[in-house]
Write a protein that binds this ligand. Structure first.
Ligand code: AMP
Length: 410
């Protein structure tokens, strides 16, 4: 199938041609006809599959056929970065149409709020919002939701993880009952099904292979002690002319520390995490996109949805806490059929956590030996029994039992 088979309006097709989009991705092939048919939909698709265009294109096509002076579509996303990114994609696709969109997110200045208020008052066709700021505007009477025909939740599982369930339900209550609802989620845990049953009516379900990293990613793993990680990072970056490297750490502290060391070693690195304000975060992302900064060290703030073209290497400096996050993190590379490499550092304490990832992706990764000159790496032990035996030998159990008995007595 090619996009021309979908019969989009000429001005929208022109935008697609300009962007060099010829063939729809699988999620687009399945979702676009259903959305054009006004069906509610729940789609389970991993990031990097082209899901943004899957919901943006049919909405724009409908707007090409007829738009009003009122807000037509509300898209809700978990983070400001994602909202901005969706808004930019809309700008690209709608270049030759007369549809308008505006991002609505918190954290800016008073004049940002006023600009958002004006876009709302002027009836921007599409609002791309974070939940809190959208609700803040909805409280004022300038917010006219009476023309809203489409309600779209992107990264719904992430929004629930971030505690937005009540906000989403509050938003939904303020919208007209007659509307099309679309929900996109990378995973489908029971809480997502509950949200779906509260919001969607008789939805079409689309599910593309859940939780599998894209085929173009070469995945590697190293067993490594924490104290060896910096040297290993430097070894992996040395002599390679990489323009886009993303390193994920689990805490802001390790993000800052690693960045400091990489900069000291004359590498072009910058950190990104929630301590930076929105403007700083955007500047860092722009510098990274423009190759002014070649190594971005990040917390999981960047693990979902953020689309930066041409990331060649993702390093998991620590094993992510949640196995799903592994798929999201490494999904930053090899986007839309490109090739990429993902390397994970596993210390002795994180073997079980990594095993959960291997179970999720249904693949056991070979543990690459440390380069010459490195001290021995820890062993990859995933058998709980071994740990029990080891602890038993060390007498930990005896002592624990002793303490338990003492506690009972006291
Ligand atoms: P997403 O999963 O929506 O974040 O999209 C991932 C990347 O794939 C983005 O850079 C899109 O611009 C790109 N993309 C989406 N659909 C297509 C397509 N049909 N052809 C080429 N690139 C695409």
């Amino acid at each position: 199938m090619i996009f021309k088979d979908l019969g989009f309006e000429p001005q929208l097709q022109e935008g697609l041609d300009m962007m060099g989009f010829e063939k729809p991705t699988p999620i687009q092939e399945q979702a676009i006809p259903a959305i054009l048919n006004n069906k509610d939909m729940i789609a389970c698709a991993q990031t990097g599959t082209g899901k943004t265009a899957a919901f943006v294109l049919p909405i724009l096509n409908k707007l090409c056929k007829g738009k009003t002076s009122k807000i037509n579509t509300i898209i809700v996303s978990p983070t400001r970065e994602l909202a901005l990114q969706i808004d930019r994609q809309i700008e690209g696709f709608s270049y030759f149409t007369n549809a308008t969109s505006f991002p609505i997110y918190g954290g800016g200045t008073g004049s940002d709020f006023d600009a958002q208020k004006n876009a709302i008052k002027n009836g921007s066709d599409i609002l791309v919002c974070t939940p809190g700021r959208l609700l803040a505007h909805m409280k004022f009477n300038y917010f006219d939701a009476s023309g809203v025909k489409h309600f779209i939740l992107d990264e719904a599982d992430r929004m629930l993880d971030m505690g937005f369930y009540d906000d989403i339900m509050d938003i939904a209550k303020k919208l007209p009952k007659e509307r099309q609802n679309l929900m996109f989620s990378a995973t489908m845990p029971p809480k997502i099904r509950k949200l779906a049953s509260n919001i969607l009516a008789n939805p079409t379900t689309i599910s593309l292979s859940i939780s599998k990293p894209a085929a173009g990613i070469t995945q590697k793993a190293y067993m490594v002690h924490d104290k060896q990680k910096i040297a290993l990072t430097q070894h992996l970056l040395k002599g390679r002319d990489l323009n886009h490297v993303l390193i994920f750490c689990s805490t802001k502290k390790s993000v800052k520390e690693l960045t400091r060391i990489l900069i000291k070693a004359n590498l072009s690195a910058h950190d990104i995490h929630s301590d930076l304000d929105q403007e700083e975060r955007e500047k860092v992302l722009l510098d990274f996109k423009n190759k002014k900064v070649k190594i971005l060290v990040a917390t999981d703030i960047l693990s979902r949805g953020i689309d930066i073209k041409g990331i060649e290497l993702v390093i998991n400096y620590e094993v992510p806490n949640d196995a799903e996050d592994y798929v999201h993190r490494i999904g930053r590379t090899a986007r839309a059929d490109r090739k990429g490499e993902a390397i994970t550092f596993i210390n002795g304490e994180q073997c079980l956590k990594f095993k959960q990832i291997e179970d999720l992706i249904e693949r056991t990764l070979e543990k690459t030996p440390l380069p010459n000159g490195f001290e021995a790496a820890p062993a990859y032990i995933t058998e709980k029994r071994n740990r029990v035996k080891k602890n038993f030998k060390k007498g930990h159990f005896k002592r624990n039992k002793h303490f338990k008995n003492k506690r009972k007595k006291s």
